[in-house]
Design a protein around this ligand. Structure first.
Ligand code: B12
Length: 428
């Protein structure tokens, strides 16, 4: 190659670098503020509050929580080992309310990897076997029922977690996910869940980078491309992929792409602008979503857990300075449930800035309204309204009148004066 050839090659290479999905530096004060949201949750060490996603998010971020982090990992280990490995009759798991799900076990394994540990030893092997067994059961369920008991999101998480621990899964387990991605309706009953597609994409990317399932290499590469296209097509005019809360995982997925193309780079820049605006408006309140966003702001993704950098310098988080207080103003919110006979409708008064959960509590105190929740990694999940518990593949959807599904759960969404909230039993 002559001098000119070499020069053009270099220019091309530089161009390529600029055409991948990059998230330029974000103001460190904004990032720190996000991290501070996680700190109070790290003091909650009871089984229903422990959240391996928080640990993963922090370790892949530019921030650290000092000794709190070590204590948190220790508590995760105690809890997950006892709840998953303790025999049913022993005292060990008497504090376990429910056995961790496939997805929770997968997140726990990601947490171990985020601390540069590989699962090993007798206990570790049993956890790996358990996760593989979960996947096998789910694979069978998709054969019979067309969908897993849990979700393709958790199915993907499980493949990803095994992959970063260098554990292989059978081709036919991967096949089910490949099929679901190519036939989108199987992923999330009809509509596209960007989070789910993104998680599937991260799992495939790990398999590709680790040279696992070599006989499926071509399909895996094609599925990665399909995922990318689906995410890009889901970009909103403001720049989010899907919605603001699926953008972190979508970006994680797009950031793993090493092939350069202009459409990708432009979409990422637009998403970055949207993300910045959301950060400034303090739109990110939920711990789980924050834990998925922090790696992005540090140019990291879950795929980096293949070989994490545990020595990278991270800034120690200081305590948050409390800035807001509830305005002592009373607002009226109407709660309605039409999925039951007779339908329910009631206006309640709460303090301005109160979460929807307070509206439910108030309606309950007034009488005539009952509900139940279950702790989850995203917060309290509404499982039953007026004695109607959700059946298989049903959920109580939260909507703002007339027909806008909320993008937040009952603990995070704060209704405004005069708003009507509907709780609707729907299939998913
Ligand atoms: C699958 C899924 C669902 C399924 C869950 C059923 C199932 N069996 O899997 C369905 C479709 C029912 C669902 C419902 C809702 N979801 Co959803 N869901 C997800 C998704 C894609 C994966 C969750 C998961 O499996 N996590 C992994 C496992 C290991 O964690 P887990 O805590 O054990 O999982 C349970 C909880 O996540 C719970 N769950 C699911 N969604 C939500 C939302 C909230 C707010 C809570 C508290 C719990 C919860 O169901 C999971 C299975 O049991 C996430 C995406 C993401 N980025 O996390 C969105 C996500 C968590 N959901 C979201 C929302 C907004 C909702 C709804 C509030 C929508 C609505 N308007 O009604 C409802 C929940 C209402 C209620 N009853 O409280 C948002 C939350 C954003 C935020 N700011 O917190 C996310 C991030 C999607 C998004 N990008 O908008 N969801």
């Amino acid at each position: 190659m002559g001098h000119l050839g070499a020069f053009l090659f270099l220019l091309g290479a530089l161009g390529a670098v600029a055409e991948i999905c990059e998230i330029p530096e974000v103001d460190s004060r904004l990032v720190e503020k996000l991290g501070q949201h996680l700190l109070p949750w790290m003091d909650l060490l009871s089984p229903e509050h422990l959240n391996p996603s928080i640990y993963v998010g922090l370790r892949l971020s530019s921030l650290q929580a000092g000794t709190k982090e070590d204590l948190y990992l220790h508590s995760l280990k105690l809890n997950y080992q006892q709840c998953l490995l303790g025999s049913a009759s022993s005292d060990h798991n008497s504090h376990c309310q429910a056995k961790p799900s496939m997805g929770q076990l997968a997140l726990y394994l990601l947490a171990l990897r985020a601390n540069c540990e590989f699962v090993g030893g007798h206990k570790g092997d049993r956890l790996v076997s358990q996760l593989k067994r979960f996947l096998e059961e789910e694979k069978r369920a998709t054969g019979h029922r067309g969908h897993p008991h849990t979700s393709y999101y958790q199915y993907s998480l499980a493949i990803l977690a095994l992959c970063v621990h260098q554990k292989r899964v059978h081709n036919n387990v991967v096949d089910k996910l490949l099929y679901a991605v190519e036939h989108e309706q199987h992923l999330h009953q009809g509509h596209l869940s960007v989070d789910t597609v993104a998680m599937a994409g991260l799992a495939f990317t790990c398999l590709e980078r680790s040279h696992f399932n070599p006989s499926q290499r071509l399909q895996i590469t094609m599925a990665i491309r399909t995922v990318q296209e689906k995410i890009l097509r889901a970009q909103t005019p403001e720049g989010h992929f899907g919605n603001v809360y699926s953008t972190p995982l979508a970006l994680q997925m797009l950031m793993t792409s090493s092939t350069s193309h202009l459409e990708l780079a432009t979409a990422c820049l637009k998403a970055k602008a949207a993300l910045l605006a959301s950060l400034q408006n303090e739109v990110f309140q939920n711990t789980l979503v924050i834990s998925q966003l922090l790696p992005v702001l540090n140019h990291k993704t879950y795929v980096d857990l293949i070989s994490p950098d545990c020595l990278a310098p991270r800034v120690l988080l200081g305590p948050a300075t409390e800035t807001f207080s509830l305005t002592p103003e009373i607002i009226s919110v109407t709660l309605k449930v039409l999925s039951i006979v007779p339908p329910y409708k009631q206006s309640v008064f709460v303090l301005a800035g109160s979460p929807l959960e307070d509206v439910l509590k108030m309606a309950h105190e007034l009488g005539g309204f009952t509900y139940e929740t279950q702790a989850s990694l995203s917060g309290p999940y509404l499982t039953s309204v007026m004695g109607n518990a959700v059946g298989e593949r049903e959920f109580w959807q939260l909507l703002r009148d007339p027909d806008t599904p909320l993008l937040q759960g009952i603990a995070d969404y704060r209704p405004t004066d005069g708003e009507t909230i509907e709780l609707r039993l729907v299939r998913w």
